[in-house]
Design a protein around this ligand. Structure first.
Ligand code: ADP
Ligand code: MG
Ligand code: ZN
Length: 570
């Protein structure tokens, strides 16, 4: 009783607290919300952003692991705007730095940069402003070599620190610190000086890909005593993942792709990734011939043409870019509704990145990959010089080849993420079954087995299949209801009836072998009941639907709709 009363009391107290203080806010919470909307023009935080920002604002050192394109930058840009002084941002590439400066300028946030291409005057002005309490800039972007090599910069930072103007340090692409990471940069190794010289300034390390051991290494190199690590899920819930098989003999994937673009993705923006520069040209030309507004993009085009294609696509004057992986850096279009891979990527990481350019606006989008036997070997020879190239390629092949594990679970396991089967929500082809009513089919099949029984005959599963498909003896055909369903469908239904107990196995032994026959199962009598119905789950796109040509596929699909009266996804 005591425990019960105590629980009730506690519950009341908590409820009261909740009513009177709906948000046990931080002192900066209101300003944060305000600036998110007014300055960054965003309506709400994405998962983990607010948590990361609150931790950093409370002065904690933090490692944030979040997939590309999810919005890591906001986690230091917004705190920078809401803090006194400025935030030091270390970025590995000048191009990334310039993208950010351009973006910040467009939303009226003052930011400056120092890199190898800064002019002397510019550098001088920036260095002077570091210690000027009236300087308006909120972010200072530098490359790691500036920290490593410029004593002048360090001395100015020191002054700013002592004046309390250095509010935060952000190290972007923090995995570059570690030799065990995939993108080691020697200058990152020297960044430990920051935390040693400025111990009171909270540091925020950001990366899209880092395992636990790489992060441990980064922690040591950066001299961060006890960082908190936040890891965002890799699960992009709004993306639908699908694999389609490509027939090596008669590759009609381009017809398939053009049909998709003209029907399912009519007037919607997308990317088709291809294997080579030559493929970019030919696939693009083929699509154009079929009436798709497409343009090629690859590294070998001249810079003006490249930026023109990019610009026209970004402003929806081109619907589809047919590109090699050169189309990647700085692609930040929010409303990409489909990313189709005409050829598989060279690893799951690559596939995740490339396909991840779809649906950045959090609305539904599709990621389809065409998987062909020959492509495996085309890519294999391309990555032959890479250390673990073959191994990585096989992870991609496994992703495509697999037909019984959820595509998301394959990706999650690959990224060492704990996977919960609910996480897919039927948003991949493997999980996307349709529920169909098979009551009438069950009655037909049971009738066949019953009839055989009355004639004192035993039927193997093969005989049942053939009888139902109208391939049995003529006199028998008249007495039963045959079907027009495909063989794979017939087999799937018979299996399901067996699993559900409407049929059961009837073994027969001879000295030489054991025969498997079908007989009525315990639940068969239920079918006499008018109101009894049976359903089963069926894969919408099976091996059968993929290997037949598009027209056949449509016929089959409509067959299926007729036969099952079912609804498909689109
Ligand atoms: P990352 O560094 O993690 O790869 P970015 O910081 O470059 O990602 O952000 C990618 C895109 O996501 C940007 O266009 C950004 O404006 C957008 N974004 C970030 N946060 C949000 C949000 N809360 N709501 C909507 N879009 C956001
Ligand atoms: Mg980034
Ligand atoms: Zn799934």
């Amino acid at each position: 009783h005591n425990i019960l009363e105590l629980t009730i009391l506690l519950y009341c107290i908590l409820t009261c607290l909740n009513v009177f203080f709906p948000n046990l806010d931080f002192s900066w919470s209101t300003e944060l919300e305000q600036n998110l909307k007014d300055v960054f023009q965003l309506s709400k935080f994405r998962p983990l952003q607010l948590k990361a920002i609150n931790l950093s604002m409370s002065g904690k050192d933090l490692f944030l692991v979040m997939p590309t394109g999810r919005g890591k930058s906001l986690c230091y840009q917004l705190p920078a705007v809401c803090s006194e002084g400025f935030t030091l941002v270390v970025t590995p590439l000048v191009s990334l730095m310039e993208d950010q400066l351009m973006y910040l300028k467009s939303i009226d946030v003052e930011a400056v940069s120092l890199n190898a291409s800064s002019s002397k005057e510019h550098a001088k002005m920036v260095l002077a402003e570091l210690t000027d309490s009236k300087a308006p800039f909120k972010l200072l972007y530098v490359t790691p070599e500036k920290i490593a090599k410029s004593k002048l910069l360090m001395s100015r930072l020191e002054k700013a620190y002592n004046a309390g103007r250095l509010s935060r340090i952000a190290v972007d692409e923090v995995h570059c610190c570690s030799q065990w990471g995939h993108d080691f940069r020697p200058d990152y190794k020297l960044l430990g000086i920051l935390k040693r010289q400025f111990p009171k300034v909270p540091l925020l390390g950001l990366t899209a890909t880092a395992t636990g051991s790489v992060l441990k290494d980064c922690q040591k190199i950066l001299c961060v005593p006890e960082p908190i690590t936040l890891t965002a899920s890799f699960n992009r819930t709004n993306l639908y993942y699908e694999v389609r098989l490509k027939d090596s003999n008669s590759d009609d994937s381009v017809s398939d792709i053009s049909a998709l673009i003209k029907e399912r993705y009519k007037d919607q923006s997308g990317i088709v990734y291809v294997f080579s520069q030559k493929d970019a040209e030919t696939v693009s030309a083929d699509l154009q011939k079929k009436g798709v507004n497409a343009s090629p993009y690859h590294a070998n085009m001249n810079p003006e043409d490249k930026s023109q294609v990019h610009r026209k696509w970004a402003t929806n004057k081109i619907q589809v870019v047919v590109a090699t992986v050169a189309f990647g850096m700085g692609i930040d279009k929010a409303d990409v509704r489909f990313v189709i891979h005409h050829t598989i990527s060279k690893s799951i990481e690559n596939y995740y990145q490339e396909s991840g350019r779809a649906g950045r606006d959090d609305k539904p989008a599709d990621c389809i990959v065409y998987f062909g036997f020959n492509d495996i070997f085309r890519i294999s020879t391309m990555v032959v010089m890479e250390n673990v190239g073959q191994q990585k390629l096989l992870t991609m092949v496994d992703y495509c080849q697999n037909v019984d594990r959820c595509r998301r679970s394959v990706i999650a396991v690959h990224f060492d993420e704990v996977w919960d089967d609910e996480g897919c929500n039927e948003m991949c082809d493997v999980c996307h079954y349709i529920t169909v009513d098979i009551t009438q089919h069950a009655k037909d099949v049971v009738q066949i087995v019953e009839l055989a029984g009355s004639l004192d005959e035993k039927l193997t599963p093969l005989k049942v299949t053939e009888a139902w498909m109208g391939k049995g003896p003529a006199k028998r055909r008249k007495m039963i209801q045959t079907t027009t369903l495909s063989r794979l469908e017939v087999e799937a239904i018979i299996t399901s009836l067996l699993l559900q107990g409407y049929l059961s196995e009837d073994f027969s032994f001879t000295p030489y072998t054991t025969y498997f026959y079908l007989k009525l199962g315990g639940k068969a009598p239920l079918l006499k009941n008018q109101s009894h119905s049976i359903t089963m789950k069926m894969r919408r796109t099976g091996l059968d639907a993929n290997t037949v040509s598009t027209t056949q596929q449509t016929v089959q699909e409509s067959f299926r709709q007729e036969a099952f009266g079912c609804i498909s996804r689109d």
